[in-house]
Ligand binder design. Structure first.
Ligand SMILES: N[C@@H](CCC[C@H](N)C(=O)O)C(=O)O
Length: 318
């Protein structure tokens, strides 16, 4: 099985080319791929599949040739990934599947238009934000924030820490944010934000992953929540600084546009013996053989998880 490794401002992905939709991708295999000690290491997996070959993309088949099947590192499915879709589009162009220019890509959150120049930054029209009723109490490192709930296709809780500067932001322990489960029933991505001279700086605890170096949908949620709070109408562009680099977010009332680097790092081949190890012996419980040793936190998307050991063996061709 071939893969490509890529990242957008340090938010990294294993890209699995699967044009014809032949690949089974159980959560245990995703966790194993994303494990930084025993796998390739990544925040998520991007399966590249033709809409025509993917049941989840049925409604988009006339409009978008490709579907982004995004999985978090814990094996759970997410609706949208702002860095992921930019890396996905860069892959389509660099691999020769599509010409540089404007691409329409199907995702679980709907269709997204991506601008891919022959080289350099990739931008994506993320659609309009949805502000949910708030604020919502979210606790980070023992401090309660009045978080702004924003959906960018996936859920975000934006926490402003106006009394902190970028250096104090860097020192926060972001490991275990607490949020009301009755409001964020499917979990939530939590951002902590401080003002900077050019815009904002943020860190993010991603649902299904943990802290990551960057989050594209998170940067959009932060930029629109910040602009809405500042008043005076949406600014043309907001610079969002993250541990992994800088993203630029434009917002013109109608839609949000995210721009930043999208980099392909390496090409590789998964060894059949590693895939066999991930799958475990016939009849084995994948939980006992999962080399990632991670917990999908009970967020396995219903209907997407095949019996792990059997599916893993199918992926391994064994
Ligand atoms: N890193 C992504 C977001 C990935 C999905 C997220 N963890 C979720 O579960 O909603 C981005 O760049 O947007």
């Amino acid at each position: 099985m071939r893969y490509v490794k890529g990242h957008g401002t340090g938010n990294d992905f294993v890209i699995l080319p699967d044009a014809d939709g032949d690949l089974e991708l159980p959560a245990a295999l995703v966790r194993a791929l994303c494990h930084r000690g025993t796998g390739i290491g990544a925040d998520g997996v991007l399966r590249v599949v033709l809409s025509a070959a993917e049941p989840a993309a049925e409604q988009f088949r006339g409009e978008a040739r490709w579907f982004m099947d995004y999985r978090n590192a814990d094996g759970s499915v997410a609706e949208m990934c702002g860095n992921g879709i930019r890396v996905f589009a860069r892959y389509l162009v660099d691999a020769g599947y599509e010409a540089a220019g404007t691409l329409l890509i199907a995702t679980r959150a709907g269709l997204r238009t991506v601008e891919v120049p022959p080289a350099g930054d990739v931008s994506v029209d993320m659609g309009p934000p949805e502000f949910a009723p708030g604020p919502v109490p979210v606790t980070v490192v023992g401090r309660e924030f009045a978080a702004v709930p924003v959906s960018m296709g996936n859920p975000h809780a934006v926490c402003f820490a106006d009394d902190l500067g970028p250096a104090q932001l860097a020192g926060l322990d972001l490991r275990a944010p607490v949020y009301p489960a009755e409001i964020f029933a499917d979990g939530v991505n939590v951002e902590v934000v401080v003002p900077t001279p050019g815009g904002v700086a943020m860190r993010v605890f991603e649902r299904g992953v943990g802290e990551t170096a960057s989050c594209g949908t998170g940067a959009c949620a932060v930029a629109v929540a910040w602009a809405a709070r500042e008043g005076g109408g949406p600014p043309a562009e907001v610079q969002v600084d993250l541990p992994g680099g800088r993203l630029t977010v434009g917002w013109d009332e109608r839609t949000v546009v995210l721009r930043g680097p999208a980099v392909l790092v390496s090409d590789g081949v998964l060894r059949p013996e590693w895939l066999r190890l991930v799958a475990g012996p016939p009849g084995a419980d994948a939980a006992a053989t999962d080399p990632a040793g991670t917990d999908a936190a009970g967020r396995e998307a219903a209907g997407t998880e095949a019996a792990p050991s059997a599916a893993g063996r199918a992926a391994a061709g064994v």
